[in-house]
Structures are given as C-alpha cells and as structure tokens.
Write a protein that binds this ligand. Sequence first.
Ligand SMILES: [Mg+2]
Length: 181
Amino acid sequence: MNYLNLFQYIISTPIYPHYYCASVQEIPFQKLKQIGVKCLLFDRDNTLTKHLETKTVYEELLSKLKKDFDQVLLVSNSKINEHTQLGLSVAKTTSKKPFNFQEIQKNHIDKNIKSHQICVIGDRLFTDMVLAHKNGLIGILVKPIDISNEDYSIRLMRIFENFIMRNNQLQKHSYHGNLNF
Ligand SMILES: [Mg+2]
C-alpha cells in the first residue's frame, strides 16, 4: 500500500479519537471496564515505550490491566519483532495498522469478544485511530512520549496529524468525545 492509497483510505474515515489523554497513566481504565471493554490493544512505540526502545515505565500498570481485562495485546508496526514484549503477547500480523484488524481478530482475539468491546490505545491518528474507526473499536489517543528519534516517514505523517490535532485543540485539552465518562 503506497501513501496515496493510505490517504484515500484515511480520508474516508472519521479520524478523531473517542478520548484523548496526555499519557497511558491517565486513561480511566476502570471506566472502560464499566462500559464493557474486554480487550485492550496497545500500540508500542511512543505509547508504552520511547521509539524502538524495549523498556516501559508502565510495567506495573500493564500487569494490573492483564488481571482486570480479558485480553491485553500489543499491536505494533514497529521493527522490533519478538512474540512477547513488555510482558504482553504480541498480535503479529502480515499487514500493518490500520489495515490488519481482520487478521488480529481472526488470529489473536477471543471469539466471544465483540468489536465494540475492544479499545485501541496509541499515539497516532493515521494508524491507531483509523484502525479503531474503520472497525467499530474504541480509540484512545495519547500524547507521544518522545518523537526525537522517529524515522522521517513518521515525522512526515505527524505534520499532517499535528495539523489535525491543533485544529481540534486536542493538545490543549482532554477530549472526551463520544465516551460518556
Ligand atoms: Mg506509536
């Protein structure tokens, strides 16, 4: 899929997150549970770790979430390629976000979990939030941890993403769009 196809795909999709937080720590996970979320799909780079780093400051939180939710999976477009990372199972797919939900669902998500019970948490509009919107999932956007080491292709996409976010004041205020928290 080239950039033109990607843009066509994205343009036909609502793109704002259902909820925005400055960091993973601030996400109201108990409220997600109350509205019936059973599965969390975490992005890795700049959501749980710095870009291409292997340590997370959220280790303790992730252990707790694994007890609280039926499934907590890592869904990453990152080059890092191990089956288990940060204590989480990796939902490995042949395609990348935002195009890989069918594969994720078929191969990694419990059969009794419905799309609306799945929450994607990530730092990117064009990958994480589009994945959520295209497939009827909940999308929570977090502020990226540290963008200084990102590849040029991600930097380019962030120019467009930042334009959309600034336009929507997302970086100034928490955005509690469609979720009744
Ligand atoms: Mg990311």
